[in-house]
Write a protein that binds this ligand. Sequence first.
Ligand code: AMP
Length: 254
Amino acid sequence: MSLRVLVGVKRVIDYAVKIRVRPDKLGVVTDGVKHSMNPFDEIAVEEAVRLKEKKIAKEIIAISCGPPKCQETLRTALAMGVDRGIHVEIPDAEFQNVLPFHISKILAKIAQDEQADLLILGKQAIDDDCNQTGQMTAAHLDWAQGAFASEITLDDGHLVVVREVDGGLETIRIKMPAVVTADLRLNEPRYATLPNIMKAKKKPIAKKTPADFGVDITPKIEIIKVEDPPVRDAGVKVETVEDLIGKLKEAGVV
Ligand code: AMP
């Protein structure tokens, strides 16, 4: 097979950063904060690169929608083995209110323009925790979808996707073109090596806007308030099981 595979790579605040709410309580502090590729998107890229290494995919295109710095995220994807990138630029101020609804419309249009066979996204972005983009993109395209994939194989021109569901694994066979979203156990993404980082600098990144794909990103929501989670009281350490039972009795738990 020689599939054309698209992957979505979102630039998010790095998973290890302690998030701080902005003083105006309308968002979180992003200035001077380390950003990285959304971890589930690294898994999506890895899966696409493995398909290319197995000669199942012929071309991999990564797409990132967001502010200019998304170019760095695309470079990381290119260094992992992606062939070319598409940056759909959305300025910081507007990006705040952009929803999976808008992103999925952009991804769907690119999938059509590029005549993609497979679109691999992360199961969710760790900043907004939406878990909507893959499902919505499949709906816009009227394509099959395999969400929360922990294994993907090919069988007679179809995709066999093992999905992580409550209490077990579900195996489905889906027609292509299709949308798949990557779960944590799909693979372990590689690190980009220095020679590949150098090579990635020469790979092309096309610069576009949502308007180029006929997508209107006028906000549909207004953020009213962003709050820190409630502060929890510090716990206490106990030395023995007897102490623990004593404390639990004091608290009326046992
Ligand atoms: P979400 O529905 O926001 O949780 O995102 C699910 C997945 O959609 C992410 O893991 C990405 O693969 C893709 N995605 C979401 N937002 C973007 C974006 N701005 N640019 C590229 N891909 C995105």
